[in-house]
Design a protein around this ligand. Sequence first.
Ligand code: HEM
Ligand code: HEM
Length: 178
Amino acid sequence: MNAPTIRLWDPVVRLFHWSLAGAFLANYFFTEEGENWHRWFGYYAVAWLVVRLVWGFVGTPAARWADFWPSRARLSEHLRALISGQPYHRLGHSPLGALVMILMMALMLGLGVTGFLMEEVDYFWGADLPLQIHELCANGLMALVGLHIAAALFESYRLRENLPLSMVTGRRRKLSEH
Ligand code: HEM
Ligand code: HEM
């Protein structure tokens, strides 16, 4: 039996997501540090950050910052549900998911800025600090990505719905009436 689904994530959100994931993993594991591919993957990801920032104001309803901004009230509601073992089911980002999303975007921006300083600004040539911050951002982002993937799988199990697939097809199951 196929449950009815609705279109939730528009193509911009999905392209943004897999571009960010691909560029991050490529640079963390495969490209030569600081070389051409590394730089271009990094700038590609930063360009998507800008697109996504704007899309959060003009895009489809579930893509908008206002829809999922993790305010204190939303975060505490989500935390309470988590602590009491209730699944938190909504068609869109959960508050804690959104918080992690924003932190991941900030660290990606940090990677772009420190990479730019190391590569393009003579003043920082050979300086230690940008590299240290770059490394910190890369490892911090890797930790958040681990948490993000674990949470996506955990919530998929609890909701009996394939959330990663929704970032591919854009579709989510309709909420059933309780
Ligand atoms: C590897 C680096 C990754 C990064 C940096 C990343 C980052 C993000 C960001 C920024 C969003 C918000 C999307 C938006 O609203 O525009 C998001 C959502 C999401 N990501 Fe990832 N992601 C990564 C990998 C993955 C992987 C491997 C999976 C699959 C297991 C995954 C599953 C999801 C899901 C299911 C959502 C939507 C969550 C929801 O329903 O609220 N992500 N991710
Ligand atoms: C997706 C974004 C990025 C990721 C995940 C990433 C990741 C990394 C990692 C893990 C290292 C090794 C740090 C260490 O030595 O411990 C590194 C080094 C470096 N990255 Fe990136 N980076 C990104 C973007 C950029 C950008 C946009 C630039 C430049 C425009 C850049 C330039 C460099 C340079 C110059 C080094 C140091 C090479 C050396 O050891 O001298 N990175 N990066």
